[in-house]
Design a protein around this ligand. Structure first.
Ligand SMILES: [Mg+2]
Length: 182
């Protein structure tokens, strides 16, 4: 499954900002529970591996979803993560590529990154301040229900399963739910 242009065209509005958590949202790992870098990049798999043979890979639908978001003229992307190892997370984002976008580093796809251990209310306050975008214009994907508290700020929250992370069906559901709210 992907999403066709007809579906996108049928939506009355798109988010100005789409925000992703990292652990169990874009990759199936708590990065701060690993031994971390140095990483070796495995180009054929778009995967990272460390000297303890721990592998970090993206959920399979994610890079194509990023490429689709980049085709939306007025939508940016951000990261909101509470990992306690922000440097490892940033290094991983710099190393992964988006094959659908001429192997652009994944890091470059995000306009705003807020990565620090705190409640996500703080991440969204920082993102809103940096971007000037109202939280009501944001769509957020995350696997932990405690982070639903950001709905208090007006963010539209979509809970993901840790097994699957971000997928086409949940991404589509998020766009649809967001469009219905106004
Ligand atoms: Mg998570």
């Amino acid at each position: 499954m992907t999403i066709d242009q007809e579906f996108i065209g049928s939506l009355p509005r798109l988010p100005k900002l789409i925000v992703f958590d990292l652990d169990y949202t874009i990759w199936p790992q708590w990065i701060d529970y690993t031994y971390g870098p140095p990483y070796t990049y495995i180009e054929s798999k778009n995967a990272l591996i460390n000297s303890y043979k721990e592998r970090l890979e993206l959920y399979p639908d994610f890079t194509a979803i990023v490429a689709l978001i980049h085709s939306f003229p007025d939508t940016k992307m951000a990261v909101a993560s509470r990992t306690s190892t922000p440097d490892w997370a940033k290094l991983a984002l710099e190393t992964f590529v988006i094959p659908e976008m001429d192997n652009m580093p994944l890091y470059d796809a995000f306009s705003y990154l807020e990565i620090f251990p705190a409640r996500k209310l703080e991440h969204f306050a920082a993102i809103s301040e940096a971007s000037g975008i109202d939280c009501k214009d944001m769509l957020f994907f995350d696997d932990e229900s405690r982070n639903r508290e950001v709905t208090r700020l007006g963010v539209h929250f979509v809970l993901l399963s840790q097994r699957d992370g971000i997928t086409w069906p949940t991404f589509k559901k998020g766009l649809k739910e967001f469009a219905k709210k106004s």
